[in-house]
Design a protein around this ligand. Structure first.
Ligand SMILES: Nc1ncnc2c1ncn2[C@@H]1O[C@H](COP(=O)(O)OP(=O)(O)OP(=O)(O)O)[C@@H](O)[C@H]1O
Ligand SMILES: [Mg+2]
Length: 466
């Protein structure tokens, strides 16, 4: 590939898994499935036109108990795939006609994310140029460029002289500007106050509230009004430092072609957008006979056209949802994937189960991810000059207790580690820096036992605390 440098990084499946491994322990199967799905969308885009339209995304359902990493996988995936991504909770939606958000709003949200993504990309592209233009504008204020003086002289000799003077002046001016430009660039002028014209988006003076659900119809009154009312210029006085930033922003806005951004955003959304539907099990049938089953099935029926592929109106234009990738997730405690309406099941051909986490997994989760809990707490205390030192048997004991409480009270997966650690470290976090004189706090199995044993033994107590 010739222009690899400007192209964004396209991860191979194994690279995606490797990235996810940095944050999520185990769940290899789920990682593989999402990695393949992501890569397939890139592959699809390389396929020739006719067939490309036929290739459907590999929508996935992640099935697994609570707190084992379903949402976490989606979250990390979003970060690394640079694709427009939204996460929605299926239970938030209600059937058309009921009060609540309609399902199409997730596509509108996705486009919004897409527009911001492309805008940010464009912004970095034009940043250098915008900064340069801003500096020129500041120079114009500091050292106004000279205008060509009109020469009305008829005398040929006199004219000659005038031209020479002009040239000389222009040369001087240019030199001073060069000199000043360096000073502005180096920040030497940062504290100087200057006055300049800044373009301000006129405020309409009131929040325009559309009729009920207007935002959901893809119409933004505020924006329409904003484009009718002409932009105003306003005099501002700030330091050079601030002016450079403000003017650079302004120049950036001018350099970015918003129509092109919107068009590209829609294209990006259609071809690489991703929607994560969490808690899909909450809208699956199951537990027949009670609860608002009608409405749940209604949500599924509303979801279907979007997942199958349809056109959704957004304020940036029509979005075709055919190739958006959907990843659904749910614990499916009460209901099963087979309780979903058959059409919807058919649209999620890939099902992956996530495993419950073992004691061994907990040890890993506590210590290895880049954002591992123990690293987080250590970093927090380090700011106070205290070193938190967990011994191996201490970590093992925390993991063991987490497993035990999960078994006895309720299995909430890795979330249990959060509650246990806050309880375990409560006193230290409170006492530092007043009462802890030594600069290292050792936490071993004995310490963990002393702190937590009593609570773990008392079922009622652990229900509330751990
Ligand atoms: N396998 C794992 N590796 C590392 N951290 C994990 C793992 N599983 C869960 N966690 C941590 O536990 C917390 C909860 O995980 P997550 O939000 O992914 O749960 P979930 O599977 O979506 O559960 P739910 O079904 O309740 O939504 C997160 O803070 C996450 O970092
Ligand atoms: Mg979740």
């Amino acid at each position: 590939m010739a222009n690899k440098s400007v192209e964004k990084k396209v991860f191979t499946p194994s690279e995606i898994v490797k990235e996810l491994d940095k944050y999520i322990i185990g769940q290899t199967e789920a990682k593989r499935a999402v990695a393949i799905a992501i890569r397939n969308r890139w592959r699809r885009q390389q396929v020739k036109d006719v067939l490309r339209e036929e290739i459907m995304p590999n929508n996935i359902i992640l099935i697994g108990p609570t707190g084992v990493g379903k949402t976490e996988i989606a979250r990390r995936l979003a970060r690394l795939s640079q694709a427009p991504f939204v996460k929605v909770e299926a239970s938030k939606f209600t059937e058309v006609g009921y009060v609540g958000r309609d399902v199409e709003s997730m596509v509108r949200d996705l486009v919004e994310v897409g527009v911001n993504l492309i805008k940010a990309e464009k912004a970095t592209e034009v940043q250098a140029k915008a900064e340069k233009l801003a500096d020129e504008r500041i120079l114009d204020i500091l050292i106004p460029p000279i205008r060509k003086t009109q020469t009305n002289s008829i005398n040929s000799e006199g004219e000659e002289q005038q031209v020479n003077e002009n040239e000389n002046e222009a040369f001087q001016n240019k030199k001073t500007r060069e000199w000043m430009r360096e000073k502005v660039k180096s920040g030497e002028m940062d504290d100087r106050l200057i006055e300049f014209d800044s373009q301000v988006q006129p405020s309409i003076g009131m929040q325009v509230l559309g009729p009920f659900g207007m935002d959901d119809m893809g119409i933004n009154i505020q924006e329409i009004m904003g484009s009718i009312v002409p932009k105003k210029r306003k005099k501002r006085k700030t330091t050079v430092k601030e002016a450079r930033q403000l003017l650079a922003q302004e120049e950036m806005q001018k350099l970015i072609d918003m129509d092109a951004v919107q068009k590209e955003a829609i294209e990006r959304v259609e071809n690489s957008g991703m929607i994560f539907i969490d808690e899909i099990d909450k809208v699956a049938g199951g537990g027949k006979g009670h609860g608002p089953d009608v409405s749940r099935e209604g949500v599924q029926r509303d979801l279907l056209p979007i997942v199958e592929g349809s056109n959704v109106n957004t304020k940036y234009g029509v979005v075709k949802t055919d190739h958006i990738l959907f990843i659904a997730s749910g614990a499916f405690h009460v209901s099963k994937p087979s309780d979903l309406i058959p059409e919807l099941q058919g649209r999620f051909p890939i099902r992956v189960e996530l495993n419950s986490l073992s004691e061994e997994d907990f040890i890993q989760i506590l210590t290895t991810p880049q954002n591992a809990l123990l690293k987080q707490y250590s970093a927090l205390l380090e700011t106070e000059g205290v070193k938190l030192s967990f011994s191996e048997d201490g970590i093992k004991e925390v993991a063991r207790i987490a497993t035990e409480v999960n078994e006895q009270v309720e299995n909430i997966g890795a979330r249990r580690l959060h509650t246990i650690l806050t309880t375990l470290l409560d006193e230290i976090l409170f006492d530092v820096p007043d009462k802890i004189p030594s600069d290292t706090v050792k936490i071993d199995a004995k310490f963990v036992k002393e702190k937590l044993e009593k609570i773990v033994k008392d079922r009622d107590l652990s229900k509330f605390i751990l």
